[in-house]
Design a protein. Structure first.
Length: 340
């Protein structure tokens, strides 16, 4: 017997690496040293930093992958993978430098996984991050044929004196919410239960979704906020804190950006909640509390700024084609989200 008899095709793995080589190289920054295929990816730190701090983050895509695999649509989940990592790193004020991926599958399907890597490369370009390397694991018997899982790893850099850690936030600061592109990559287990228990097909087009199928709606990739936020920082706009709104929604994530003895009071009527959330609440009979504690509800990222800059910050993001809203104010409190 050989490895192929056990379900692992080494030659197919080599062919896959050759197939994605150009995709990976298309993301490289000047600091990348060497090419694809080494035991480790090498990256030279950018110049100009006095006290550089490296900020790391890791995440996956979750059960959104089930929808991609059911619909045989694999070109967007790679963007989600990058977005979930780089948006987290961004909250410290860090610029994402490089990204690595881990792909595990039951049987390597070159065309399927090339779509996945193409999405990862797209996400890296949107974030200005190099796809420095990765790992593909063929694991027969662990995953079914056609199934795969993804994990991502990101490293960013920020000047120590400019790093955001909650201490800069002041009572009276304004929380500016940046619109999400949909549910992003959180709450998909509840989405799948609503679709399954409600007898819906992923190809259905409910009126509330404006003619877009359920499947396409929930495969809309995570919005990557890196370049617009970094542009705001480089333009000198004063930002005191940032939050990436992921699992747990606004109630769990927004307080993480605050300092000691602070809370945020939000106005839930201050932004436009996309129709997809109304459809989920109606189709699954989901309470408002459960919706806010599960989904981003249309706000994917929040920047906290001095009150006199709120309008200027909103205008900046709108000029970057990201709807932005003043959604709340920092108040004295015990690290809670008030107003829901």
């Amino acid at each position: 017997m050989d490895y192929r008899d056990a379900g692992v095709d080494v030659e197919a793995g080599r062919a896959f690496v050759d197939q994605i080589r150009n995709l990976v190289h298309s993301t490289f920054r000047p600091e990348v040293l060497g090419g694809l295929g080494g035991f480790g990816g090498c990256f030279q730190l950018p110049t100009g930093y006095k006290e550089p701090v490296l900020v790391s983050g890791t995440d996956g895509v979750g059960t959104k992958l089930k929808i991609a695999q059911i619909l045989n649509r694999h070109d967007t989940v790679g963007i989600d993978l990058v977005g979930m990592c780089v948006n987290d790193v961004l909250t410290s004020g860090a610029e994402p430098l490089f990204f690595l991926d881990y792909v595990a599958t039951g049987k390597l399907d070159k065309d399927q996984l090339t779509q996945v890597v193409a999405g990862i490369a797209t996400g890296c370009k949107l974030a200005g991050s190099a796809l420095l390397g990765g790992e593909t694991a063929e694991m027969p018997g662990f995953y079914q044929v056609g199934e795969y899982d993804l994990a991502g790893f990101c490293v960013g850099i920020v000047e120590k004196s400019l790093m955001l850690n909650g201490s800069q936030v002041q009572v009276g600061d304004v929380a500016v919410g940046l619109a999400s592109a949909g549910v992003h990559s959180n709450g998909l287990s509840l989405v799948r239960k609503i679709v399954g228990d409600g007898g819906f097909s992923w190809n259905d087009t409910p009126p509330l979704l404006n003619g877009v199928s359920i499947g396409e709606t929930f495969l809309t990739p995570t919005r990557i906020y890196v370049k617009p936020v970094l542009a705001a920082l480089k333009a000198g706009l004063e930002v005191h804190g940032m939050a990436h709104i992921t699992g747990g929604g606004l109630p769990e994530n927004l307080p993480r950006s605050l300092g000691k003895d602070q809370s945020i009071k939000i106005n839930p009527n201050s932004w436009n909640i996309p129709p997809v959330f109304g459809w989920l609440a109606e189709a699954g009979s989901v309470s408002a509390e459960a919706m806010y504690n599960t989904f981003n509800m249309g706000i994917g990222f929040v920047v906290i700024v001095p009150p006199h800059l709120a309008e200027e910050v909103i205008t900046h993001f709108q000029s970057q084609d990201i709807p932005a809203y003043a959604i709340g104010e920092v108040v004295t409190g015990a690290g809670k989200l008030e107003g829901l």
